[in-house]
Ligand binder design. Structure first.
Ligand code: SF4
Ligand code: SF4
Length: 387
């Protein structure tokens, strides 16, 4: 059985203790990591947003992990993340992680450039442009955030390591791996390549709805920890009543050997004893969590196939929220762009014939102006008939 620790915690003031308990519940770190190793702490620093927005890892969780490591003699620590747009230091300052790291004497790692790094073991990706600090680290401590994601439904432990790829090179990966399944295969390669030793998830206040940047904070009240990112993400999906097998990163990562995606083989260890995944769901889950739960598009209704382009999910702009900053236009990885400014003073417009549905524009919009749209009839058909 693969262990995932679940520690109830509803207040960030208690996060440090909860993190300590969670790591101890999976057996601590001494057997996993050599004290001489250089460890890169990898929080989620997706955007320059205040911590209350629940877009980034909370500094109390980051600080809890860092203090745990320092207290156990791990002193070669640094931290960093590479968002798709903007300055990681600015993001770290805004959400409080820079202050938490400074207080503990942990320096920011070098995320100012990227290094082309071949990966002979890749099934679909034979190289990555990793941020400078990543190949220099002996091990990664993944401190991820519990959030929704338009492409992969959720972004948890496995997806958080995509921030090790340098800046805009992430967009190029979306073009090369243009749907949720292909993208998940690339993420599985990345997770196989990177030496992440421990995964801790900030699920005290998660993000639901229009994540990973523009969603709504949602109290979930848990800290999760595991050495297995897929098992951790499987527990996360179960807690929000999303069938874990609908999450491409779980299924593909599981098949690739990144970790365990069979809930029956996962033991949820809590301070009050061990639970099965369904027991943990019943005790700590939340059915009201807003996440995309519709079945996978299987093309089962033949006569609806010609209309697929019309009825598929797509990003859309709320004109009243758009400030015409152009970040979405710059973020679009499709050559020539699938959205652009057409008229001066008006929001950008989409060319859906070019759009690959990667949702980079939605992810990067700083004003929560882009959302996931699906034709209402298609929504019903999708639920009823699995179009
Ligand atoms: S949709 Fe968002 S990112 Fe795009 S121009 Fe408007 S505010 Fe900027
Ligand atoms: S328009 Fe948005 S969703 Fe479509 S390809 Fe460009 S970034 Fe991706």
């Amino acid at each position: 059985m693969v262990k995932v620790a679940l520690v109830p915690c509803t207040d960030y003031a208690q996060a440090e203790k909860a993190v300590e308990t969670a790591i101890d519940l999976i057996g601590g770190v001494e057997t996993l990591i050599n004290k001489e190793e250089k460890l890169l702490l990898k929080p989620n620093l997706l955007a320059k947003t205040p911590v209350e927005k629940a877009c980034t890892t909370h500094p109390a969780v980051f600080g809890g992990v860092a203090k745990y490591l320092l207290a156990h003699g791990y002193t070669h620590l640094s931290y960093g993340d590479s968002p798709g747009h903007g300055d990681p230091h600015g993001n770290a300052k805004e959400c409080g992680i820079a202050a938490a790291a400074d207080a503990l004497g942990i320096p920011a790692a070098d995320f100012s450039g990227g290094i082309r790094t071949p990966y002979a073991g890749g099934k679909v990706a034979n190289e990555f442009i990793l941020a400078n600090a990543v190949p220099e680290a002996d091990g990664i401590i993944n401190i991820c955030k519990m959030k929704t994601h338009m492409l992969e439904r959720i972004t948890g432990a496995q997806k958080n390591l995509f921030g090790c790829v340098f800046g805009l090179n992430k967009g190029a990966s979306h073009v090369k791996f243009p749907n949720s399944v292909e993208f998940a295969k690339m993420l599985a390669d990345l997770n196989c390549m990177l030496p992440a030793r421990l995964h801790v998830m900030d699920g005290i206040v998660a993000m639901e709805g229009n994540g990973p940047q523009s969603g709504t904070p949602k109290q979930m009240g848990v800290i999760l920890a595991s050495t297995d990112p897929i098992a951790l993400d499987t527990v996360f999906a179960s807690l929000v009543y999303l069938d874990p097998t609908l999450v491409p990163t779980n299924v593909i990562g599981g098949a690739r050997g990144v970790g365990e995606c069979d809930a029956a083989k996962i033991e949820v260890v809590t301070p009050d004893g061990s639970l099965t995944v369904p027991e943990a769901q019943a005790k700590y889950g939340d059915k009201t969590f807003d996440v995309y739960r519709a079945p996978e598009d299987k093309g089962e209704i033949k006569y609806l196939r010609p209309f697929k382009k019309l009825i598929r999910r797509r990003p859309k702009i709320k004109k009243d929220l758009c400030v015409k900053c152009g970040i979405c236009v710059k973020s679009c990885p499709v050559p020539g762009g699938a959205l652009h400014f057409e008229k001066k003073g008006k929001p950008p417009v989409y060319d859906y014939s070019k759009c690959i549905g990667c949702y980079c524009c939605q992810e990067m919009c700083p004003k929560r102006a882009i959302y996931d749209y699906q034709n209402p009839i298609a929504k019903i058909a999708n639920i009823k008939f699995k179009i």
